[in-house]
Design a protein around this ligand. Structure first.
Ligand SMILES: Cc1ncc(COP(=O)(O)O)c(C=O)c1O
Length: 478
């Protein structure tokens, strides 16, 4: 079959030789083609182009799940045509989401009565979950201020400078001032003392992170709770806490059950977690859980009935897929507490293999902690010949995707490389990665030195600019 040529400029079209068995002309890149092509050709063209993407399993930048069991893949494909929002038509899917919400709320020690239902919702990821939690705090604070006859036009939120970009998005999109606690050398998470100092009568909540994106460290939520409770007592304010447990929410309950970071702490009013990170589901699912009904203002919940019965909804978008909800339910019942614990222990053990291997080279300082998210963040001890960005670039040649980035203010002079250990990153791969890092160092050592320390200094400046840019465009490694 020969199609007439549509695109006039060659560079605006997609060429494909293999698919030319079916299509002997190129397709326009930015305009919808005039004519149809056979399904085999469409498949081939797209599949071929996608081969140039990185291999997700070797993408060590991402916390997001890249492997699931084939049985779950079957469930995902079988439900790919179900719109989650059609709750009346797919009542079982809705029921499964409610079960997940309740299971996660219990995992986070929500103070629920015997037959009391948990308050929470499935979201597209932690970002949507955080927008919803933030909105609930903002509205509660506004209602209280209005009732007291006080101004409510200058809400703020207190976080560490290490927050993920979604908090900055929340602040900008929903007009809340973001008050960030600066980091310092060797201390890369929010200091609870400094956070509480920043709290004022306009603070809608303090957001703590259980598993910093930058180095995996858990922030001290218990200390924050205690310091904030003291301040609340003195001032009469009721400033609450949100815990961004995007990664840590599916780690701490299994590895550190005694660690108090969740609803056991009275000021923690809501928690988000990414189902698609250590919840072990493919990209597209997160959860937000509220401590109780009182913490989610009723006016934010919409009730719709045109799909059948009355359906309460509190999400930013309307339609979405059902597959991820079903996949989350699969993982929860398939693995159970025992299975999640095994997976997390295994990830920690593999993180230790990598950490020890890197330390044994004598070339790196490890800046991640052993008891946070299973990841290894590390810096070069000596940057006089090459820096972490060079190591990252050269590792690409071996197929590894390992990001390098600068820390936020005031630790921006620190550059780290970060490897996230997921379930599918085995001990063998960890050993292999150490071997390849050694080879890269050897290759870089053999190069003539870069043009003195100015080059390194420029690299730091450029990478800081890149970090800020990436943060703006949501490209910072998640
Ligand atoms: C601490 C933290 N919060 C929020 C997010 C955003 O999560 P999601 O990708 O699920 O929207 C991330 C992503 O890495 C994260 O690390």
């Amino acid at each position: 079959m020969v199609l007439s040529r549509i695109a006039s400029e060659t560079d605006a079209s997609i060429q494909s030789t293999f698919a030319s068995r079916y299509v002997q002309t190129s397709l326009p890149r930015f305009r919808i083609p005039e004519q149809s092509i056979p399904k085999e050709a469409a498949y081939q063209i797209i599949n071929d182009e996608l081969m140039l993407d990185g291999n997700p399993r070797l993408n060590l930048a991402s916390f997001v799940t890249t492997w699931m069991e084939p049985e779950c893949d079957k469930l995902i494909v079988a439900s790919i045509n179900k719109n989650y929002v059609d709750m009346d038509e797919y009542p079982v899917t809705t029921e499964l989401q409610n079960r997940c919400v309740n299971m996660i709320a219990h995992l986070f020690n929500a103070p629920l009565g015997e037959s009391e239902a948990a308050v929470g919702v499935g979201t597209v990821g932690s970002s949507e979950a955080i927008m919803l939690a933030g909105l609930a705090f903002k509205r509660k604070w506004q209602n209280k201020r209005k009732a007291e006859g006080k101004p409510c036009d200058k809400p703020n939120i207190v976080t560490g400078a290490n927050v993920q970009v979604c908090w900055e998005k929340f602040a900008r999109y929903f007009e809340v001032e973001l008050k960030e606690v600066k980091l310092s050398d060797g201390y890369y998470v929010m200091d609870p003392h400094k956070a509480v100092e920043l709290v004022d009568e306009n603070t809608i909540c303090v957001a703590a992170i259980l598993g910093s994106t930058l180095n995996g460290e858990f922030e001290d939520v218990k200390l924050l709770n205690n310091l904030l409770a003291e301040k609340n007592k003195k001032t009469g304010w009721e400033t609450p806490i949100h815990v961004d447990a995007a990664s840590g929410g599916f780690i701490a309950p299994f590895l550190y059950p005694k660690l108090e970071w969740d609803f056991r702490l009275p000021l923690v009013k809501s928690i988000n977690v990414s189902g698609h990170k250590y919840g072990l589901v493919y990209a597209g699912i997160g959860w937000v859980i509220w401590r109780s009904k009182e913490d989610l203002p009723e006016e934010l919940i919409f009730h719709i009935n045109y799909l059948g019965t009355d359906q309460p909804t509190f999400t930013l978008n309307f339609s979405k897929g059902s597959s991820q909800v079903i996949a989350q339910y699969y993982q929860l019942i398939r693995l159970g507490f025992e299975g999640y614990k095994n997976v997390m222990e295994n990830c920690q053990a593999n993180a230790m293999v990598l950490k020890r291997g890197l330390e044994a080279t004598g070339r790196f300082n490890v800046v991640s902690k052993d008891n946070g998210v299973p990841l290894v963040a590390f810096s070069l001890k000596d940057r006089s010949r090459h820096d972490e960005f060079d190591v990252s670039d050269w590792l690409r040649r071996y197929g590894w995707i390992v990001p390098a980035y600068t820390m936020p203010p005031d630790a921006q002079h620190v550059i780290v490389l970060r490897v996230v250990i997921r379930e599918d990153f085995s001990c063998t791969l960890a050993e292999r990665l150490v071997g390849d890092i050694k080879k890269v160092l050897h290759e870089l050592d053999a190069l003539p030195p870069k043009n003195g320390s100015n080059v390194i200094a420029m690299n730091v400046v450029n990478s800081w600019k890149k970090f800020v840019n990436d943060k703006k465009t949501n490209r910072v490694i998640c």
